[in-house]
Design a binder for this molecule. Structure first.
Ligand SMILES: Cc1cc2nc3c(=O)[nH]c(=O)nc-3n(C[C@H](O)[C@H](O)[C@H](O)COP(=O)(O)O)c2cc1C
Ligand code: SF4
Ligand code: SF4
Length: 375
């Protein structure tokens, strides 16, 4: 695991994620056996979805009756417990995708199964029966209820993920509410909104972001990772060949480049993390409006970067544009001054990018110090 932890410095529910690829749930399909058979190429699996209280079980029965594939159990908690046990020792971060009509339905599962798994609120399902009982996508249309469900689960001391379709409600509002209520993960079906939506969410909350929908090529995976996603997930395309290809490609990329989800430069459409590559705020470019938008003064931005790099490989760089590698561009942008500085210090480009990643974490911590409504 040590190599993987360095490759992918990513944890969910306090557990290292061995590769930033997840299995997204498909009701009636994604269970422990399905996840085990793909465990070599994924880091997390969201089993289900499971209907967990009376109204949603009734809805699932009606849906199954009209031919939809569903998991329907008289004793869903017992069934889920068996699935969780079947994945012990698999090395996967396990999540349970749950449909409930009230916070109580989610909480009862968490109390029975405990903190070893992630509880994913299914705010995604748009089947009329599920929405009709106030579950699935109904929660996106009633953000107060969604927030209440997140808060109730988080109060049980468990890790909470929220799965939803982008573009259905006010995505930034949903994200902020999930953050302030204690969610750890946002699992976002981007529909056809693509990477601009993931960037918008990255610029809104510090939660772990899983990008979903038709991400079956490495180009598309990198597109998501370079605009703020921490992971990608697959449902329909989660065959072994595709998963193995993505897993191998992202491992190679991380080993080569040092930062598996490095952002683009801000002026090339990068998200807030790309402030790690930005210059001193001295010219007319997207930096100054971005600082204004996130409420970081120029002086604080300068102090934050200089303080964060003190004692690191980024501190030096007298021959670079602004006198320190703190202000230097991505390793992929050609620059002989930066490269000379790195060569003289015996620092590889990979180490440089790893240091930039740590700098971006410090910036993120400052930008997202306080969830909305809790100051
Ligand atoms: C047959 C099927 C069942 C699904 N069931 C669920 C579900 O129970 N809960 C959920 O959150 N998403 C469910 N989804 C949505 C997927 O997890 C995923 O968001 C969607 O298929 C888009 O991702 P993809 O392009 O990788 O398939 C289901 C999708 C399919 C195709
Ligand atoms: S500060 Fe530099 S890297 Fe950042 S947006 Fe401006 S020109 Fe681009
Ligand atoms: S020295 Fe090179 S890498 Fe550093 S800020 Fe100037 S142009 Fe960018």
């Amino acid at each position: 695991m040590a190599d993987e932890e360095e490759r992918f410095p990513l944890q969910i529910n306090g557990t290292p994620v061995r590769t930033p690829i997840a299995l997204a749930s498909m009701a009636g399909v994604v269970d422990a056996a399905y996840a085990r058979s793909r465990a070599a190429h994924v880091g997390a699996a969201f089993l289900g979805g499971y209907a967990v209280d009376e109204p949603t079980i009734a809805a699932a029965l009606t849906m199954a009756g009209r031919g939809r594939s569903e998991f329907v159990f008289d004793d869903p908690i017992g069934a889920m417990q068996r699935e969780v046990v079947a994945l012990e020792g698999s090395g996967l971060v396990v999540g349970l995708n749950l449909r409930a009509a009230s916070p109580r339905g989610f909480v009862d599962v968490a109390r029975s199964i405990g903190p070893s798994v992630v509880y994913e609120i299914d705010a995604h399902c748009r089947q009329p029966e599920m929405v009709g009982v106030g579950a699935g996508e109904a929660l996106v249309h009633a953000p107060d209820r969604l927030e209440e469900a997140v808060r109730a689960l988080a109060a049980e001391g468990v890790s909470v993920s929220v799965k939803f379709r982008a573009g259905v409600g006010d995505d930034r509002e949903i994200a902020r509410r999930c953050w302030s209520a204690g969610a750890e993960v946002l699992h976002v079906d981007l529909m056809d909104l693509g990477y601009p939506k993931i960037r918008e969410l990255r610029n809104t909350v510090p939660l772990t972001l899983i990008a979903n929908n038709s991400i079956t090529t490495f180009d598309r995976m990198r597109e998501m990772l370079s605009h703020g996603a921490d992971m990608v997930s697959l449902a329909r395309g989660a065959n072994e060949r595709t998963l193995a290809g993505l897993d191998a490609a992202i491992a190679r990329y991380a080993d080569d480049q040092g930062w598996y989800n490095s952002p683009k430069q801000l002026c090339r459409g990068g998200d807030v993390r790309s402030l790690a590559f930005c210059c001193m705020p001295v010219k007319s470019c997207p930096l100054i409006p971005t600082l204004e938008k996130i409420g970081l003064s120029r002086d604080r931005y300068i102090a934050l970067k200089l303080d964060s790099v003190r004692g690191t490989v980024l501190e030096g760089g007298a021959q670079t544009c602004f006198g320190s590698l703190a202000w230097c561009c991505k390793a992929s942008s050609p620059c002989m001054f930066r490269d000379m500085t790195l060569a003289q210090a015996g620092v590889s480009k990979k180490e440089y990018m790893q240091a930039k990643r740590r700098l971006s974490q410090q910036i993120m911590r400052e930008v997202f110090a306080v969830p909305p409504g809790t100051a």
